[in-house]
Design a protein around this ligand. Structure first.
Ligand code: MEV
Length: 299
């Protein structure tokens, strides 16, 4: 059996598509996958199933992943523990877990680079232009610094990150949201490029906060990142009110995570996620807590 994490993007989503670094982390909820050699390849995810020759996104993604791995025919079954289209990396987690399961069923050596390139082939079908940050977070434990082209680097956190994660809106398509930023950038390059450079500065400062344990500083940077994302038309009323509820209940910072346009909000909590979760539950927002552990990074 193989597993992969879901993910949150702490800062830098969308800008990462244009080469700005992002900070992301794997979360405990993710995907479990099993694979066994079989006369023909099949994929089942909950109630959905696909064959690599299907004319469906699922079938095409599966085919691209199997071709990238050069795998023999396999029957794969995956269980998704995350709501799809919520910005929590369900699609990347599926790609990583399925790639790991297939590699293990084929008796091949699993190395992260192979898993990530198979996941990139899978994600390419759904997202069009994925930066790779979701897949990198799905494949790693803890917090990472990610730059398109340069890949990921684990970050040494001075303190655990305690996060409340709330489902603020309906599912949204990452592909559609990434394309909407691309269209806006074509129409108003100066405005969008200025926002991207602003996000770059926030991400760099957030790294310093994480490494020194300055959680109030990190929370403020998340709030600024939310303002810039909202200026790119990625926020919604649901996201704004979910952030406001969290801040009023004592969160150090709150923002959308992932593609926006709906989906999830993350709130950085001061020691305990329960007070934020309680307020969200009262407002009818589905939510859960997550802890990203401070980890040592090998010198
Ligand atoms: C989605 O989690 C993150 C985006 O920046 C898309 C990507 O980087 O591929 C919106």
């Amino acid at each position: 059996m193989a597993r992969a994490n879901g993910k949150i993007v702490l800062l830098g989503e969308h800008a990462v598509v244009y080469g700005v670094p992002a900070i992301a982390a794997g979360i405990e909820r993710g995907v479990e996958a099993r694979a066994e050699l079989s006369p023909t390849s099949t994929l089942r995810i909950g109630q959905r199933s696909a064959l690599p020759d299907d004319d469906s996104d699922l079938g095409r993604g599966f085919k691209a992943l199997l071709e990238a791995l050069g795998a023999p025919p396999v029957a794969v079954e995956a269980t998704l523990e995350l709501p799809p289209g919520s910005g929590l990396g369900a699609s990347a987690a599926l790609g990583v877990a399925i790639a790991r399961a297939v590699i293990s069923a084929a008796g091949q050596d699993s190395d992260t680079a192979r898993v990530l390139s198979a996941t990139a082939a899978w994600e390419g079908i759904y997202h069009g232009n994925p930066s790779g940050v979701d897949a990198a977070a799905a494949a790693s434990d803890g917090c990472i610094w990610f730059e398109r082209g340069a890949g990921m680097q684990p970050l040494a956190l001075a303190r655990d990150l305690i996060l409340a994660i709330g489902l603020a809106g309906p599912p949204a398509s990452t592909k559609a949201m990434v394309e909407s930023v691309a269209r806006l950038r074509e129409r108003r390059p100066a405005v969008v490029n200025k926002a991207l450079e602003g996000i770059r500065a926030l991400v760099k400062n957030a790294r310093l906060c994480l490494e020194s344990g300055d959680m109030p500083g990190l929370g403020s940077l998340m709030n600024y990142n939310q303002m810039l994302l909202s200026g790119l038309f990625l926020s919604t009323e649901g996201i704004e009110s979910c952030c406001a509820l969290a801040r009023d209940a004592g969160a150090l910072g709150a923002k959308l995570t992932g593609a926006g346009g709906g989906g999830a909000v993350i709130a950085l909590c001061d020691g305990d996620f329960e007070p934020i979760l309680a307020v969200w539950r009262e407002a009818g927002i589905e939510c859960f807590g997550s802890r990203v552990r401070a980890q040592r990074v090998p010198a």
